[in-house]
Design a binder for this molecule. Sequence first.
Ligand code: GLP
Length: 241
Amino acid sequence: MNIIRTSSYEEMSMQAAKIIIKQVKNNPALTLGLATGSTPIGLYKELINDHHNNGTSYKDVHTINLDEYIGLPKDNPSSYHFFMKHQLFNYIDLPIEQTNVPNGTAEDLERECERYEEKIRQLGGIDLQILGIGQNGHIGFNEPGTSFESRTHIVQLTENTIEVNSRFFNTIDEVPTKSITMGIQTILECKEIILLASGASKAKAIARMINGPVSEEFPASCLKKHPNVTIIADSDALQLV
Ligand code: GLP
């Protein structure tokens, strides 16, 4: 694992943006894996600014998002479809039909999981995946105990995740209890991974990921098995390492 320590959230976002922009320039048809949550918002702002100021183009890029809540329509402001459009897709030249977010309202959700895996295969795999980390060590929505062999699947969210994510909803009762997420095996097959973390609330999780054992009880620890992972984190998130 490479670790890049930054002095602030802004610097973390800039460092991550630099890597993505370089890769898009080298390979304009990159397949880019994207994440939601508060952590990547600054990165997406940097990509938008760079697109406007320097003209980096995403017209041949394809994107694959990690996860989506089950039961939220795409136009629900708390859905990850909505988040991605409003934090990134609407502001760069990426054709919307080249973006992929799991459909949390599919009639047949098992079929949707298979379709998503098939889509990733068709695209030749994910070249570069951006990840955040949950306070309980989840990546995507892979909660503690998820098999390292899992592929895109349906998840029962833990109480901790529902509580932490309730800040994006009016009340905790509105937070869906299930989601659809790329699995750990799907994530491990990405060619390169960048995990972002900022703030003291992530310090324990980051320390356990870096210094703790590789165990399904702590999903992010699977990243130690991957040959090309970079952690970009600010000093608050790295304070216990
Ligand atoms: C959600 C997402 C994860 C994300 C995590 C951390 O649960 N499913 O992909 O990494 O939250 O979110 P934040 O960046 O807001 O701390």
